[in-house]
Design a protein around this ligand. Structure first.
Ligand code: FES
Length: 675
């Protein structure tokens, strides 16, 4: 009987007895240890590297001596000469275990390596992509046993990697024969196997392919399209880029695009073509930025709101424009990327689209739910993805609810008199001195405040051009804090507020933030109309959140997460003063950045994440704001700043709001006299 020896793998702690002479790779497989291999133990890929640890390990109850592994063999020497093997490293498929030993599997040798996501929550993501590389040695054709090259390749995959039933699209079949011959019947295959259909051959390269496969994670928004190019071996982001959604020319917001489709026969087809072309261009831009061929992109994961989702898939969104807002399908979609017109990437690439939550709550919200995972906490989280349509999640480990609320484009700087998108020159931060009622501000692209020395020089190139979403939110909240604005949202007159910056504009007043006329610039004011637009948007957001709280039977939440590219720029204090979100401790109001993009990236890197969100979406309770009478009540009460009836005790701890009233004629003796 052959001698058995003890082997312990760290960091997993998995241990067991194996016959002396077993390779480390075989021992790892036998003991269920996560050790990578692309070449199947042929000493080519070096993915199986381990580091033996020698010495006496009291904790493990064994002593590991340097002769516990076989001597370095010719394959390892050749690899070391060609590519270099770090000191102390061995190829697991070559080193044989001869005595008791402790072996460390470094992170880069783990097939399901963990990636720490840099976010407030520092969550760990496990790499588990649908498409992986497999090195194969394929039997050569034989006239006496005729069979196709593809069939022999499929047999090799089955016998060498235990993956059966391989299928190939015509695009890959066309490439198959020359690649097999060029590689001398040794090839690396990219195989997609997501557990929902047959394994698919996505690409084939002669010999061993070293470079990782690439994936695209796309957040398809109504205004902007954001994309990340991701390495599918370790999840790192190789390039990120964004572009404007070209559908804007058919309508600024979702409903105007749905009406474009309704009013113009073939309008949906035009919009589909426009967005598909943009995605193809984005893929090429990202690949160029990373210096890699776009044809190495073998998978794309796309998230978007229901209208964007339907238009991308070429489904007329007309049903989404009218009650009962029926989706064509809410299921996750798993399809050929070419079916979405994504032709600039690998011809046989696959696409995965996250499931939709409801007629107004899209795959982007599902991606936020995946990234933020409210169900993983006991505290009650309110997550708002602030955009033209706010998507709102409320939940904890017992239950998660979702709705959307039509906030309109005011938060993005649209419908605001001096509003503009967040571009260099746009005012993004505002402070108003409560004593002098003088403002100071910062613009996008410059770190200085407007009253800092050097501000004029630093902004000479861009100028001060307008006010963006985060800027208008801060301006309105600061006006309220400085007593320029009363709780009902009225701007006081110069007499009432004691500042000449309150200027009469028709029957109402405006507050002057910046006068750039001396240098040929604009005059930037916050008008009464701007305040009204922000009040409408914030009331809709609050009412949606409050409706979910009613459904949950609570009056307060433990934490608030502001998601979305825009959410990242909102100051929590100002959001609270404005009453955009329900009261919560300031420290518990945080930003998650582009959580939808993060969720898309997670689904790209992990099949388990796809299964998790598909399950979770079925469990999420959908609340339809459009038909809920209480929505209107909440909306009206939320019109006041911060709110007509809801107490804001946490806000009161950090800010004491003045309480002027600019509505009654009695408070303005001059106006009374005029009347
Ligand atoms: S498994 Fe490929 S080199 Fe060891």
């Amino acid at each position: 009987m052959s001698k058995t020896v003890q082997v312990i793998f760290t960091p997993s702690g998995k241990r067991g007895a194996v016959a002396a002479g077993t390779t480390v790779l075989a021992a790892a497989r036998a003991l269920g240890v996560d050790l990578d291999s692309v070449c199947g133990g042929r000493g080519i890929c070096s993915k199986c590297q381990i580091s033996p640890a020698f010495g006496s390990f009291a904790k493990h109850g064994l002593t590991s001596s340097p002769d516990a592994l076989s001597m370095r063999n010719a394959v390892e020497d050749r690899y070391d000469n060609l590519r270099g093997l770090a000191p102390g490293r061995r190829l697991g498929c070559q080193a044989q275990i001869l005595g008791d030993v402790v072996l460390d599997v470094p992170p880069e040798s783990q097939l399901h390596r963990q990636v720490i996501r840099k976010s407030a929550t520092e969550r760990v993501m496990v790499m588990d992509p649908a498409t992986r590389l497999y090195y194969l040695e394929v039997t050569e054709p034989d006239m006496h046993a005729p069979s196709g090259d593809f069939e022999r390749l499929a047999e090799a995959l089955e016998s060498q990697w235990k993956i059966s039933g391989l299928r190939a699209d015509l695009e890959v079949l066309r490439e198959l024969q020359p690649v097999l011959r060029k590689g001398g019947w040794k090839v690396t295959a990219a195989v997609n196997s997501d557990g929902t259909g047959p394994a698919r051959l996505i690409g084939l390269w002669p010999g061993y392919r070293e470079a990782p496969l690439l994936g695209l994670a796309i957040d398809l928004g109504s205004t902007t399209i954001a994309g990340h190019l991701v390495a599918l071996d370790d999840g790192r982001v190789l390039a990120s880029s964004g572009l404007m959604n070209p559908q804007i020319r058919f309508g600024e917001d979702l409903m105007s695009r749905v009406s474009y489709a309704m009013m113009n026969p073939g309008g949906d087809v035009e919009m589909t073509a426009a967005v598909r072309a943009a995605l193809g261009a984005l893929a090429e831009t990202l690949a160029t930025e990373a210096g890699l061929p776009a044809t190495d992109i073998v998978e794309a994961v796309i998230v978007g709101n229901p209208v964007m989702h339907h238009l991308l898939l070429g489904i007329d969104p007309v049903e989404l424009g009218q009650a009962p807002f029926a989706l064509a399908s809410s299921e996750a979609q798993n399809l050929a990327a070419s079916a979405l017109g994504l032709t600039t990437i690998a011809p046989a690439a696959r696409a995965y689209i996250l499931p939709l939550i409801a007629g107004h709550v899209g795959a982007d919200c599902a991606a936020v739910a995946l990234s933020e995972a409210p169900e993983a906490r006991d505290e009650l989280s309110l997550i708002v993805d602030v955009g033209t349509n706010a998507e709102i999640l409320l939940g904890n480990s017992s239950r998660v609810l979702a709705c959307s609320s039509p906030t309109g484009p005011a938060f993005e700087g649209a419908q605001i008199s001096a509003g503009q998108r967040a571009a260099p020159g746009a005012i993004e931060r505002v402070e108003i001195d409560p004593a002098t009622r003088k403002p100071r501000f910062k613009v996008v692209g410059c770190d200085l405040w407007s009253d800092d020395p050097g501000f004029a020089e630093a902004t000479a190139g861009t100028g001060v051009t307008g006010i963006c979403g985060s800027g208008i939110i801060e301006a309105v909240a600061e006006m309220r804090m400085a007593g320029l604005l009363d709780a009902s949202g009225l701007i006081g007159s110069a007499e009432q507020t004691g500042t000449a910056r309150s200027e009469p504009t028709g029957r109402t007043h405006s507050y002057l933030v910046y006068d750039g006329r001396a240098s040929g610039g604009p005059r930037i004011c916050v008008t009464q109309g701007d305040i009204r637009a922000i009040q409408l948007a914030k009331s809709a957001l609050y009412a949606g959140a409050r409706l979910l709280m009613d459904e949950m039977g609570v009056d307060r939440v433990d934490r608030v997460v502001l998601a979305g590219a825009f959410g990242a720029h909102i100051s929590p204090k100002h959001a609270l003063v404005l009453g955009m979100v329900p009261d919560a401790p300031l420290a518990q109001i945080t930003s998650a950045g582009n959580a939808a993009g993060t969720g898309a990236r997670m689904a790209l890197c992990s099949l388990a994440a796809r299964r998790a969100i598909e399950e979770q979406v079925r469990r999420i309770t959908k609340v339809e704001t459009a038909i809920e009478p209480r929505f209107q009540e909440h909306f009206v009460a939320a019109n006041a700043i911060p709110h007509a009836t809801a107490p804001y005790p946490e806000l009161a701890k950090i800010v004491t709001l003045p309480n002027p009233s600019f509505n009654s004629a009695a408070s303005d003796p001059n106006r009374r006299r005029r009347r």
